[in-house]
Design a protein around this ligand. Structure first.
Ligand code: 2AM
Length: 175
């Protein structure tokens, strides 16, 4: 049976991806961790894992029925999780619409056997991986914002030694 590694997420606008990469280059020494490529900077709403085409179709039909308003994403927080070795950007106060959307997608995924992390959902954009030693974070003197008017289903594709996220489908949020 053919499966793909899938997740629902929010793609960041390209201009914001570029700003984040420029800030990261100034804020972190070059030898800290593995930087995520600009085009891969995103916010995961619900991780699905390896999913068959049949299950993917069902989850896409359910995603298409979601009616929810868009929201503003403010990236004004940062942190380091030493165990997974992740440096991330997030929101001091995640918008209610973001939490509602993620909760809905996560519960739909769980109902179809895609096991969800028992940890509470903590919306974040992973900036660096493999950062396992403790480190001082740069001052939180940033406040990036973007309007979120759609969400997407992505396949995580590993080819030629690199991971890239291919958008399979996208759905609009209400204006
Ligand atoms: P991360 O950035 O916090 O590592 C594609 O791999 C996306 O799915 C990434 O954003 C990653 O989150 C998330 N992801 C990968 N494996 C996961 C897992 N087992 N549980 C939850 N999210 C996961």
């Amino acid at each position: 049976m053919k499966t793909q590694r899938l997740f629902f997420g929010i793609a960041l606008p390209e201009s914001l991806q570029q700003q984040l990469v420029r800030w990261r280059a100034e804020a972190f020494p070059a030898d800290v961790g593995r930087p995520i490529a600009a085009a891969n900077l995103h916010l995961t709403l619900a991780f699905l894992g390896e999913v068959s085409d049949e299950k993917s179709q069902i989850l896409q039909q359910q995603a298409a029925r979601i009616r929810q308003a868009g929201f503003t994403l403010a990236l004004d927080d940062a942190g380091h999780w030493p165990r997974p070795g992740v440096v991330w950007l997030g929101c001091q106060r995640p918008p209610r619409g973001l939490l509602q959307l993620a909760n809905l997608l996560r519960s739909q995924a769980a109902r179809h056997g895609c096991q969800q992390s028992p940890q509470p959902f903590h919306p974040h954009v992973t900036l660096l991986r493999n950062v396992t030693r403790s480190m001082a974070l740069p001052p939180r003197d940033f406040h990036w914002r973007c309007q979120v008017d759609h969400f997407s289903l992505f396949a995580s594709v590993f080819e030629q030694g690199r991971t890239r996220y291919r958008q399979l489908a996208r759905w609009s949020l209400d204006a």
